[in-house]
Ligand binder design. Structure first.
Ligand SMILES: Nc1ncnc2c1ncn2[C@@H]1O[C@H](COP(=O)(O)OP(=O)(O)OP(=O)(O)O)[C@@H](O)[C@H]1O
Length: 248
């Protein structure tokens, strides 16, 4: 479980996050939604330690990530898997090498164990046959799958995905969403996903947090998304639906 308490961040004279609270449960896919520039990525970066918030707490199963000592911070970091926007694969490494990279960096497991684990994760995302291919030889959807396999290779308790559907066609997007949801449920991971994608909001949002100008204006789930009387959320949904309809 992840709890965030009053996360605030200002860059120069621009307040990007104005005190965000929330909690994210294991086995659930929680979405952070909102228009461009509302602070979604900054919030995610505050949660994973890439940006230091000016105020607030990030608690990983009760452990305060921002104030624990360095060793404990490393332990928490190792429990996180991250799927970055654009997958962020190493072009010069094969698919299998990409997936085993965190094992090489962060563990001293035997070679065979690392290979077995990397292959197991590739198999989980349905890509065992692409193990020896280079990232340039596979599709965008496959790259996301490789990114997911790499993000789960260390058995994370917490999984963060920044726009996992960006650049994908609607059908591939749905498949990637389903994969994230299945893996979250299967391994009881606490998963936080930033998304703009209307299908994702309707299909996989066990919990949805709507950000607007650095504030959390609404919280609910896929079933209650369209029933709020928050006008900023309704406008956002209306615009997102228009975009979805234009794509189909
Ligand atoms: N390192 C930084 N320094 C200064 N300003 C920043 C920095 N990172 C983000 N910002 C600003 O913070 C605001 C929120 O950015 P953020 O990337 O969180 O938006 P977002 O909601 O994720 O938008 P999008 O959906 O377009 O990715 C933007 O105005 C951005 O320019």
């Amino acid at each position: 479980m992840i709890d965030i308490k009053h996360i605030a961040k200002t860059f120069g004279d621009r307040q990007v996050l104005a005190g965000i609270d929330g909690s994210f449960q294991p086995g659930q896919t929680s979405l952070i939604i909102g228009g461009s520039g509302t602070g979604k990525s900054v919030l995610l970066k505050c949660m994973i330690g890439l940006i230091k918030p000016d105020e607030g707490e990030v608690l990983y199963d009760g452990r305060n990530f921002l104030t624990v000592n360095e060793d404990d911070q490393k332990v928490i970091r190792r429990e996180m898997g991250v799927l970055f926007q654009g997958s962020a694969l190493f072009d010069s490494k094969t698919v299998l090498e990409n997936v085993r990279f965190p094992l090489d960096m962060l563990t001293d497991h035997a070679e065979n164990d690392k290979l077995d684990r990397a292959r197991e994760c590739l198999q989980r995302v349905g890509l065992e046959e692409a193990a020896d291919r280079m990232p340039s030889e596979i599709s965008g959807g496959m790259k996301k799958r490789v990114g997911i396999a790499r993000a789960i290779v260390l058995n994370p308790k917490y999984l963060f995905c920044d726009e996992p559907n960006s650049g994908l066609d609607p059908l591939t997007s749905i498949k990637i969403d389903q994969l994230i949801k299945e893996i979250t449920d299967e391994y009881k991971i606490t998963t936080v996903v930033i998304t703009h994608d209307m299908n994702s909001m309707m299909e996989i949002g066990d919990k949805i947090m709507f950000l607007y100008e650095g504030k959390k204006l609404w919280e609910g789930n896929s079933a209650t998304l369209t029933q709020s009387n928050v006008s900023e959320l309704n406008e956002f949904i209306f615009a997102s639906k228009l975009i979805r309809d234009m794509q189909h």
